[in-house]
Design a binder for this molecule. Sequence first.
Ligand SMILES: [Zn+2]
Ligand SMILES: [Zn+2]
Length: 311
Amino acid sequence: MTEGPRTPLPAGGQNAVAVTFGLLGDEWTLLILRQAHLGVSRYQDWREQLPISDAVLTARLARLTEHGLLTRDAYQQRPVRYEYRLAPRGLAVWPVLVAIWGWEFRWVAGRREELPWMRHRSCGRDSEPVLSCASCGERAGPRDVRSVIGPSGEAARCIPAAVTRRRSTSGDAGEAGLFPETMALIGNRWSVALLGAAFLGDRRFGQFQQRLGAPPTMVADRLRTFCALGVLRATGSDYRLTAKGRAFFPVVMTLIDWGQRWYAAPEGPTLVSVHRSCGREFLPRLVCSECGERLVERDVLVVDGARAGAP
Ligand SMILES: [Zn+2]
Ligand SMILES: [Zn+2]
């Protein structure tokens, strides 16, 4: 993969994880990127393929260009029309999109019938992404990885600024509602923080509250939401990740990996993860559930579920 230099972040400010969730924890942004990965490059095509307003699309394209995920070139003058292409850091979001697809496909009720399928060209089979360790190639879940807070990882610096979270009365800034469960986990700064805390091993209300530095009513509200989604289960005074919650780990790890690849705080990383069984740094790699080979974008065919199921 071609990688440009990391964007330096200001000392003491938002770290790579905060920047990542601030940028990618937004449903419209993820939907625009998904369409870009499927070949969309012109304003009108996004407009036709997504239930998105002009105001939202214009703002998101500007933001993605400004952050270097898309590049913009005029293909027509008078009036000027632009073509948007995925830059290396936009291309690098692909594992995140695949991880989200994989979780929705397997764990969210009713999604299997609605979502397209993924076919792995290399083995020719319908495939799902499986998280593995890039250092040793073994499959890995949250219990196989030990993560510690890095030098830029203080809780306050992990919280994204709530720039895209405002809901306007016109509904322009509202969510698309196409991935409600994923967005309930990563589309809000307190949800992201709670999810992170759960993966770091917090179990008790007091631990969550302390790590988040959030008002108790906020923590209680998020814990209720997570339990209702079946991502956490309350047992006595403990909140534990369920199988569905643990299965979200690839989404979290691919997001953090993307952030730390492209943004760097001067103090060092936000999070340092080690694969327990090989003892080396844990970097997420998605492999094919069928053949175990690394999944790369050019080897994956997106098959429309509805069409494939038609006679
Ligand atoms: Zn390993
Ligand atoms: Zn395969």
